[in-house]
Design a protein. Structure first.
Length: 318
């Protein structure tokens, strides 16, 4: 008698619990806005022991990580074929959805909501997030990693931006790079063409150091192999090579061509020379000097021709 009573109570409990649903894995079959139709991925057993598939459930609200009534959150596509968790609520959803209460089964299939992303195995980003102790937002090849000490943005393994305590580093195909630090901004292309910006200094290179420009608060230098131009507050120079160039400073100009021809000008004098030949002009005097010590000098109304004094066109003496 007692056993029969126990069996009857157990059957009654089992029959009651068979209509109580909590949560189960499923697959999304279609979506419409923030609702989905889902198909449970598990089966249930009938009273006679048969295994039966659950029916599809339509109109399930989709749960996404959002707040502020949908004004803040993370949105991602929820599509047919996605795995999900089906959660059956304690009461009907009608009062929450429309404000009108309708009776229904507690924990019934009609009270189900859909939580996307119930996966059988973890994607690689999960292991990476654990190793980095970071949050990762990813979409196939693209990724945003936010950790305690760094933020890293990656696009298709071709473009990346990293932010950490050292600064910001950007990379495009490992060809074009930009680095922003507290004391320097550096941009490079193919590791050969570079621009560096520091306090009071800008440096640019095209290929190597032999093709460069340097700008500082006290001047600038432009270099191309052996040719170099330099400008400062009180001087400017252009040097083609070791033997040819020009230098200008306040009240002075010097030029050399091939190391043999030279020009020098000041506020009060000037000289042009080619080898041993030269012309000199000074305040109140001028002279021409040429091979073998020959020369002509003129001072006021006096002229010296190779040491002989001429006054007014007449030879005075030697």
């Amino acid at each position: 008698m007692a056993q029969r009573l126990f069996d009857e109570i157990k059957r009654l409990i089992d029959d009651t619990l068979s209509g109580v649903h909590t949560a189960m894995p499923g697959t999304i079959t279609s979506t419409n806005g923030m609702t989905a139709s889902v198909k449970p991925s598990v089966t249930f057993r009938t009273a006679d022991g048969k295994s039966m598939a659950y029916p599809s459930i339509s109109g399930c609200p989709i749960v996404l990580p959002m707040s502020a009534n949908g004004k803040i959150g993370v949105a991602f596509p929820v599509s047919a074929g996605d795995a999900c968790l089906i959660v059956c609520c304690e009461s009907t959803l009608s009062q929450w959805q429309s404000g009108n209460y309708t009776s229904g089964l507690r924990f019934g299939l009609s009270n189900a909501i859909c939580v996307p992303c119930l996966l059988k195995s973890a994607p690689a980003a999960v292991s990476k997030a654990k190793a980095k102790n970071a949050a990762i937002l990813f979409s196939e090849e693209n990724e945003i990693l936010a950790g305690k000490d760094e933020i890293h943005v990656k696009f298709k393994d071709t473009v990346s931006v990293k932010i950490d305590d050292d600064g910001i580093v950007g990379d495009v195909n490992e060809i074009a790079k930009v680095s922003v630090k507290e004391d320097e901004i550096l941009a490079s292309l193919n590791d050969t063409t570079k621009v560096s910006i520091k306090e009071n200094e800008v440096t640019a290179e095209a290929g190597d150091e032999d093709h460069s420009a340097v700008i500082k608060n006290d001047g600038a230098t432009l270099k191309c192999v052996n040719a170099q131009a330099t400008v400062s507050e009180d001087e400017a120079s252009l040097q083609l090579n070791e033997d040819t160039g020009i230098k200008i400073s306040e009240g002075n100009l010097k030029a050399t061509v091939g190391g043999n021809a030279k020009i020098e000008l000041t506020e009060t004098s000037g000289e042009v020379s080619v080898g041993e030949k030269s012309i000199k002009v000074g305040s109140g005097a001028a002279g021409i000097y040429y091979d073998g010590g020959h020369y002509i000098e003129a001072k006021a109304d006096e002229t010296y021709v190779e040491g002989n004094l001429h006054v007014g066109g007449s030879l005075i003496g030697g």
